[in-house]
Design a protein around this ligand. Structure first.
Ligand code: ADP
Ligand code: MN
Length: 266
């Protein structure tokens, strides 16, 4: 029977079509076959042992909590007791809107724009997030320590307590008396990000800031741009505005934000 099917070109095409459909269905669930291979390679290298549970399912990525294996890698030392694994979706749909971020990025010139292959493109985003997170940590900005990236999978330090993730600033319960200090901390972080790391977050808001161990941590930097990106100042302005709006709203006007015009000279 198998021979008969193979000998009939139409059936072969039908089967290929069915396979295509099945592939698309798994793409939508993030964990396609190739991603599973990447995960098992990471497990074999000892980066983590089991994926414990899903922390977040987003439009572009899912984030999972994982525990280290028995043979943990030497770096970073000490190896974090809990790991966050961010898996980018390989479906192309959500990535089109990101073109404007990457255009004008000299780090990716010729790389991204010629990447027609969605898998390649997603890998570039993951790589970009790895490099940007490293730059943040090196520049003295609080952000998760990145451990490894392969294809569409990023392994980093888990920000949380036990297996509970630290809340996003949006969901964090913070007493009013602490808000001015946190606002100040974020201004310093944004300024450092610009002047020391030469980056603009470009999607900064209470959704991409975690309140962890009494401090604010910056996450989700795959779309961040170089300070000389043609739209860098527009992105910076909107980042600052988001942060100021959040603190104004949350404190009922108690926090004296600098105001967008004055932070402008930042
Ligand atoms: P996206 O917004 O593209 O889905 P994020 O990087 O913002 O991806 O991650 C989604 C959510 O996962 C975050 O809002 C946060 O709650 C959680 N998260 C991400 N990274 C970590 C981390 N290192 N430690 C703990 N939680 C994390
Ligand atoms: Mn996010």
């Amino acid at each position: 029977l198998a021979g008969g099917v193979a000998a009939n070109p139409k059936s072969v095409a039908d089967r290929a079509n069915q396979k295509d459909k099945a592939d698309r269905a798994t793409h939508e669930q993030v964990l396609d076959a190739r991603t599973r291979l990447v995960l098992s390679a990471l497990v074999n290298r000892g980066y983590f042992s089991v994926i414990e549970h899903c922390i977040s399912t987003g439009k572009e990525a899912n984030v999972y909590l994982a525990f280290p294996g028995d043979n943990v890698p030497p770096e970073p030392s000490p190896y974090p007791p809990t790991i966050a694994v961010k898996i980018y979706r390989t479906s192309i749909l959500n990535f089109r809107s990101r073109k404007s971020y990457i255009e004008g990025e000299h780090r990716f010139r010729g790389g991204y724009t010629s990447a027609k292959n969605p898998r390649k493109m997603v890998r570039l985003w993951a790589e970009k997030e790895l490099r940007n997170l490293r730059r943040l940590v090196q520049g003295g900005v609080r952000a998760p320590v990145v451990i490894e990236q392969r294809e569409n999978v990023l392994v980093m330090e888990f920000l949380g307590q036990g297996s509970t993730a630290s809340p996003r600033l949006k969901d964090a319960e913070i007493s009013n008396s602490k808000l001015p200090r946190l606002y100040g901390e974020l201004l310093v972080a944004m300024r450092r990000m610009f002047h020391h790391c030469h980056l603009v977050h470009a999607d900064l808001s209470e959704y991409n800031i975690l309140y962890h161990a009494g401090h604010v941590y910056i996450i989700d930097v795959s779309q961040s741009v170089e300070h000389d990106h043609p739209s860098a100042f527009d992105f910076l302005r909107s980042d600052i505005r988001n942060v100021e709006d959040f603190f104004q709203r949350r404190s009922g006007g108690e926090v004296r934000t600098l105001g967008i015009r004055r932070t402008w000279s930042f």
